[in-house]
Design a protein around this ligand. Structure first.
Ligand SMILES: NC(=O)c1ccc[n+]([C@@H]2O[C@H](COP(=O)([O-])OP(=O)(O)OC[C@H]3O[C@@H](n4cnc5c(N)ncnc54)[C@H](OP(=O)(O)O)[C@@H]3O)[C@@H](O)[C@H]2O)c1
Length: 335
């Protein structure tokens, strides 16, 4: 029987101190059966949802991790043994069996990634679920039209940096982001083409938004929730839209605003719409065509913070939650 090293949930963490709740262990790999392949994982994605799945609460759209069991999540790797007509040996495949060095993958759950269109890393970031989340949140959910103004929270992270850049490339009149720290803010403005960036750790966010959007925010793409969401609500145009992607501030220990703040939704006739990216799969081909074009033309900046080795998986997740990472967070598992 083959085995592999995997990241296991040692115990349920509290807050953002997640690394110490994870352990490395060895798990058995099932024998290949027809329609499955053995993949040597090269990179795995680090996502806020991984933290959410360590809690016991109901998630509606996914399953929680078991104590003592392996984590999973998006990964990309090379097929090294195949019992599949769809995924041959040597193919680069994206799948959901990350957080382990080797994985046995069902061929219907793996997608071949064309490395001519984008490098392997981009298939987990701009061309992967990260970019697709930004795309779905802006277009089918946010209904962005050219000439509108857009505000993005968590802009220095994976989804946020894509959402702001996509909004610009889709013709937004003004794109403003918020992020923590000078380095992230400078990167977003100087390299990613955001018109303005607010450092939410030092600025008066509500006042800064008022100055940045004298006519109000048409579309607010929210990754963070909490007080930043309230500050944005106070700066929405009448009839503006909020595309609610996530609420990463929920994992921290800061005080959260009261629900009574939502009265601004009424006063400003705002449409607030949550979404789960997997409901928009029919848009995947159009998304990949557009984003690969933007990558090829150099109009899109796709940057990742890469941690080396499975032993640094917990540090990668903790860096995502405490804001240390820039752009997409990835763990490199092999060459
Ligand atoms: N709806 C969907 O289908 C879907 C799919 C994928 C992801 N998501 C959501 O999208 C959001 C972004 O995910 P991601 O993968 O792009 O993660 P990420 O942005 O790469 O990482 C999270 C970022 O949030 C910021 N942050 C952390 N704690 C914060 C706090 N308390 N207040 C303000 N900002 C904070 C950090 O940046 P700073 O340095 O700026 O603090 C960090 O870079 C998450 O909420 C995630 O759950 C939703």
């Amino acid at each position: 029987m083959k085995q592999t090293t995997a990241v296991l949930l040692g115990r349920r963490p509290e807050g953002i101190k997640v690394a110490e709740a994870l352990t490395l262990g060895t798990i058995d790999l099932p024998e290949l059966t027809p329609g499955t392949v053995l993949v040597r994982n090269q990179y795995m994605s680090v996502d806020p949802s991984t933290r959410g799945r360590m809690d016991p609460g109901e998630k509606q759209y996914t399953t929680n991790f078991e104590i003592g069991g392996p984590l999973d999540g998006s990964a990309i790797g090379v097929v090294v043994e195949s019992a599949s007509d769809l995924l041959p040996v040597g193919a680069t495949v994206r799948h959901r069996m990350g957080w382990r060095e080797y994985a046995v993958v069902d061929d219907k759950a793996g997608t071949i990634c064309d490395l001519q269109k984008a490098p392997a890393v981009s298939w987990l970031s701009s061309m992967g679920q990260t970019g697709f989340t930004a795309y779905a949140g802006l277009l089918p959910v946010g209904k962005l039209t050219p000439g509108e103004s857009v505000f993005v929270t968590g802009a220095g992270g994976a989804v946020g940096s894509m959402a702001g850049q996509f909004a610009r490339l889709l013709g937004a009149s003004k794109v403003v982001g918020s992020a923590g720290g000078e380095e992230k803010c400078a990167w977003l403005k100087d390299e990613c083409g955001f018109d303005e960036v607010i450092d939410y750790r030092t600025a008066d966010v509500r006042a800064a938004l008022g100055e940045a959007f004298p006519d109000g925010i048409d579309l607010f793409f929210d990754n963070v929730g909490g007080w930043q969401m309230v500050h944005a609500l106070h700066n929405m145009t009448i009839g503006g839209r909020i595309s609610m992607c996530g609420a990463v501030s929920n994992f921290g220990s800061q005080e959260q605003p009261s629900l009574s703040e939502l009265i601004e939704v009424v006063l400003r006739r705002v449409t607030l719409r949550g979404f789960i990216v997997r409901d928009y799969e029919d848009l995947r081909p159009e998304f990949e065509a557009r984003v690969s074009g933007w990558l090829a033309s150099g109009e899109l900046v796709d940057r990742a913070t890469v941690f080396e080795g499975i032993e640094n998986a917990g540090a990668g997740l903790e860096g995502l939650l405490n804001g240390a990472n820039l752009g997409k967070a990835l763990i490199r598992l092999s060459e």
